[in-house]
Design a protein around this ligand. Sequence first.
Ligand SMILES: [Zn+2]
Length: 371
Amino acid sequence: MNYCKTCILPDIRPGIRFDGSGNCNCSTLSLKAQVDWHQRQEQFQALVKEIKSQESLYDCIIPVSGGKDSTWQTFKALEYGLNPLCVTWKTPARNTLGAANLQNLISLGVNHIDFSINPKVERKFTLKAFERMGSPLIPMHMALHAIPLQIAVNFRIPLILWGENSAYEYGGDDEALKGVHLNHAWLKQYGVTNGTTAEDWIDNELSRADLIPYFWPSDADQAKAGVTAVFLGYYFRWDPLETYHLAKEHGFQADDRPKIGYYKFADIDDSFLITIHHWMKWYKFGFTRLWDNLSLEIRNGRMTREKAIDIVCQTGDETPHNEINQFCDYVGISHEYFFEVAERFRNRKIWQQDSAGVWSIRNFLIQNWNW
Ligand SMILES: [Zn+2]
């Protein structure tokens, strides 16, 4: 396994691309410096004008969780005079802080739909996704994209305002998908559904009817309804710390300490599902959410690589025991079975086991790691 010389991400991370000099797509930041953000803002203004001229029911849909980025998206939409309908896929693991932040976002002055999925279906689908792909949040990622799209198409709301384009921010290898539009190809590649669509999950336990909230309207259906989905991060420079500061000025609350990773203002609205999702990266790719966050800090010039490595060392083992217990209760499995499934996804290309049964990662970034 090779690690980027600038940040700390390994070459095994999905979507990452290394150049000849041993660096990953850290270059996004230098590309950002070349962007004419004033011109992009004018493009957004022109888009707003075009949308307003359509006199639709609502000007746009904003998919929101209540997090810092959705607060930023909502604030921007209101700032530019759009009349949005905010839509949330309600996580079954919503916590009090998440609920308070969502309420705060609504109080900025928007109409809002909190969409709950049939809990029997959601639980079944979550367990199936965990067992089959080691990715318990495939249902969440499918639904949080499908629900706003379905509402936009059915109510003929012409615009969907997404936040940052992860293909651009975290390094994607498909240039065509790193721009302004979120389309079906983007969803399949960057929608965190392991390349699957709702169609792929129909079986004798989950019917097509059960899975309705997970179906993405096709590009053709969207075009027919006059719906365009764009990333706000294309028009305005996205930086997690900046969106956090703006959200905080408008009532968003961070946690007392990071729930997972490095930031106390990200991944905090859900009490266990997000944590399990990120934790599986340790088995599959040998890094954690902390590494993702620290790499962003390095890319933004706020941290040295040495400091990031030091933080990983100090943090040590990150096994989220509490969240694993909550997840097991939620999907109705035992603790032992959880680890049995997780082990199935331990990537043998990077992990090795010694004669005492201890697993370790070959060529790990940190020498003397306590395995
Ligand atoms: Zn890098």
